[in-house]
Design a protein around this ligand. Structure first.
Ligand code: CA
Ligand code: CA
Length: 170
């Protein structure tokens, strides 16, 4: 038996991926996420960073579909998400990091205008807000990522945090 708290968390993770809110996760959701992020930072889709983000979004979608789209209809339903993605990601967070990394790497580049490989806490919060997090959640989550308190967040911290977020304890 699972707790209602667990169900609530799963619903939240599903909603994070279902960016257009139509009740299933598909390629369009990943394109919506990429588009929103580029708009937030005023980055052109046809720029190198924009293209890298779309390539990363496609890889992320393909990876998620490989894990969760059991009937191969190019849609991940809530049931497929719970029975496929959540269980496998919990059992194997490294696999999730692997499929999410190209997208996260490209997202970090968009939020990192000086190209030093890290983003400020404030810009990381902007990334999270553009992906649908509330102002408060985004701010809290971004601040928590800055474990050494230097005000900047690098790729490893972001990948690790994403993996943690999706390894939902029952
Ligand atoms: Ca959707
Ligand atoms: Ca499916």
């Amino acid at each position: 038996m699972v707790s209602s708290e667990y169900e609530r968390r799963i619903a939240g993770r599903f909603a994070t991926f279902d960016q257009d809110g139509n009740g299933y996760i598909d390629r369009a959701d990943f394109n919506v996420a990429a588009k929103a992020l580029l708009a937030e930072f005023g980055t052109a889709a046809r720029s190198d960073k924009g293209q890298a983000l779309y390539v990363g979004a496609e890889a992320f979608w393909q990876g998620m579909a490989g894990i969760a789209d059991r009937d191969g209809d190019q849609r991940i339903t809530r049931e497929e998400f719970v029975n496929g993605a959540v269980k496998q990601l919990r059992d194997n967070p490294d696999r999730f990091a692997e499929i999410a990394r190209p997208f996260l790497h490209a997202a970090l580049a968009v939020a990192d205008p000086d190209g030093d490989g890290s983003a400020t806490v404030e810009d990381t919060a902007r990334v999270l807000r553009s992906l649908g997090a509330t102002q408060e959640t985004a701010g809290t989550a971004a601040a928590a990522l800055d474990t050494d308190g230097d005000g900047r967040i690098g790729e490893e911290e972001i990948v690790a945090a994403f993996a943690r977020y999706f390894t939902v304890p029952e």
